[in-house]
Design a protein around this ligand. Structure first.
Ligand code: GDP
Ligand code: MG
Length: 218
């Protein structure tokens, strides 16, 4: 198999969102995750709206298709279509800004109302490197996370600390839910699709035939 074909082979595809107030570092988190470097301010190109990366989670290859609000949140106009059918989300606040922390409840309400009912959310207290300017303690945020059934990490898009972990932990939780049967990837709007690798294992020959007959339209 060629290198390209190898790198496009995955078991699952998950749609992910990055949400939270403007300025919390969402675009930088996405950039750090995809490019493994900090997106500095001198780079004035329009924000990346979308990124994808294949990660290995406990032996399964998962392609994350990640959507960034790309500035919509500045106008409080994050649309319904943005949320539709997301399997996971990073909900981001800035540990040096209580205002961004206070907005979390609003973001959660929207996500739970407009995204998939079963969306798995990880709370990210970003800018962990700015500990001297901290306005929100780790303990306070971890209590909030517990009360709202969120996973929680403090991250730094600047140093890269916990950035990959945030995406991986969220993906792992979704995989666990699929394996336990709590999440059905075939349900409409689950935000999950099978990749080629999983399809080959999962689908019975009869079903695979039916599927390809459907696709070729003959
Ligand atoms: P967004 O509006 O949520 O997409 O936020 P951006 O990714 O555009 O980042 C907003 C500002 O915060 C920029 O000036 C970034 O350089 C800065 N920033 C983002 N993440 C971090 C971080 O982890 N640490 C520090 N010190 N600054 C950050
Ligand atoms: Mg942004």
């Amino acid at each position: 198999m060629s290198q390209t074909a190898m790198s496009e082979t995955y078991d699952f595809l998950f749609k992910f969102l990055v949400i939270g107030n403007a300025g919390t570092g969402k675009s930088c988190l996405l950039h750090q995750f995809i490019e493994k470097k900090f997106k500095d301010d001198s780079n004035h190109t329009i924000g990346v709206e979308f990124g994808s990366k294949i990660i290995n989670v406990g032996g399964k290859y998962v392609k994350l298709q990640i959507w960034d609000t790309a500035g919509q949140e500045r106008f409080r106009s994050v649309t319904r279509s943005y949320y539709r059918g997301a399997a996971g989300a990073l909900l981001v606040y800035d540990i040096t800004s209580r205002e961004t922390y206070n907005s979390l409840t609003n973001w959660l309400t929207d996500a739970r109302m407009l995204a998939s009912q079963n969306i798995v959310i990880i709370l990210c207290g970003n800018k962990k490197d700015l500990d001297a300017d901290r306005e929100v303690t780790f303990l306070e945020a971890s209590r909030f996370a517990q009360e709202n059934e969120l996973m929680f990490l403090e991250t730094s898009a600047l140093t890269g600390e916990n950035v990959e972990e945030a995406f991986v932990q969220c993906a792992r939780k979704i995989l666990n839910k699929i394996e336990s049967g709590e999440l059905d990837p075939e349900r409409m709007g689950s935000g999950i699709q099978y990749g080629d690798a999983a399809l080959r294992q999962l689908r019975s020959p009869r079903r695979a035939q039916a599927q390809s007959a459907q696709e070729c339209g003959c």
